[in-house]
Design a protein around this ligand. Structure first.
Ligand code: IMP
Ligand code: MG
Length: 183
């Protein structure tokens, strides 16, 4: 299929390839829902979506977790040289939901270097949750700086720049229902 000419959402941009299509994503998200449901038999789960990249994944994922749970979001902002997430990470939006004593599942779109995640985990750990784990839709598995292993991973990410299903390039393409790499 020639995605470039068929999909009006691309505004003329060319995709290299579709890496994971809608059916593959739906199947994997259902499996993750089962894994997560089994991992928290006591419930009391707070699912924290890291905006903006996790918004589509999170909304599909929570509907596959058959436990009582709460949803909130965090917005992190990193200050550095602009292109790399270096320096400090601040919470631009801080969840209103109490974190202390709860099982926190932080939902992230893609783990690349792992720097954002490291700093965010430190911030959240300081609030003394009962447990703190990460669920990432995609993992580049090159995160040499990552101190905490990612408990739940949707897919391995190839070394290509990915867009769609929440992931953006300059704020575009988040709404693609599939995950693709840009030409
Ligand atoms: P890290 O701190 O290097 O792990 O950066 C992770 C963040 O960079 C993710 O939450 C994404 O917002 C962004 N990112 C990394 N790789 C990609 C990609 O291939 N496509 C879109 N965004 C990406
Ligand atoms: Mg981004």
């Amino acid at each position: 299929m020639n995605v470039r000419t068929l999909d009006p959402r691309l505004a003329g941009r060319t995709l290299r390839r579709i890496v994971y299509d809608e059916q593959q994503i739906a199947k994997r998200v259902r499996e993750l829902g089962v894994e997560i449901t089994r991992a928290y038999p006591e419930g009391d789960l707070l699912v924290l979506g890291l905006l903006k990249g996790s918004f589509i994944f999170l909304s599909d994922l929570v509907r596959q977790i058959t436990l009582p749970l709460q949803v909130d979001f965090v917005v992190a902002s990193s200050y550095g040289d602009g292109t790399e997430s270096r320096g400090t990470v601040n919470l631009v939006y801080d969840p209103e939901t109490e974190i202390g004593g709860k099982h926190i599942l932080l939902v992230e779109d893609i783990v690349d270097s792992g720097r954002t995640l490291n700093r965010l985990m430190d911030l959240l750990a300081a609030r003394q949750p009962r447990s703190l784990e990460v669920c990432a839709l995609l993992h580049k598995h090159i995160a040499t700086e990552l101190r905490h292993p990612t408990a739940f991973v949707g897919f391995a990410a190839p070394q290509e720049f990915l867009v769609g299903y929440g992931l953006d390039h300059a704020e575009n393409f988040r709404h693609l229902p599939y995950i693709a790499s840009l030409q």
